[in-house]
Design a protein. Sequence first.
Length: 128
Amino acid sequence: MTQEELQWIAVDKLKTSITATTDVYCTFDGYSEDYVIEFKCRRKHYPTQLIEYKKFKSNSDQADESGKEFLYIISTPSGEYVFNVSKLAADGYDFGWEDRRMPSKTDFDSPSRMEYKKVGYIDVIDSI
C-alpha cells in the first residue's frame, strides 16, 4: 500500500479531509482541521507498532501548539490502524521507550548505517 492510498482510507475512516504536506523536511505527513498525522506503510504485521520518539515528540509538540491531536496511522498486511497518540499520552500510556539499534534509513537503494534510536511501541488493540 502507498501512503496516498492510506491517506484516502484515513479520510474515509475519520470522515474528514486530509491535506498532505509538501515540505520534505516536515515532521508529519498530513493534517486536517483537527489532526496532525503521521502515516506508515509496513510490509510486515506485528502486534505492537513501533514509533520513533523523535517523531512522537515533534509531532506531539506540533499538535499541541496548533490545538490539534496527533494521529499515527499505520497499514500492515493485516489492516489499517489509527492511533490517537495525543490521547494515549494524556492517559499515561506506557510506550515502553527504549534505545534500539536500527538502520538509520529505510527503503533507500544504498545500504544504511546502523544507529541507536529511541523507540516505543503501541499495541494494535489500542487503535481507534
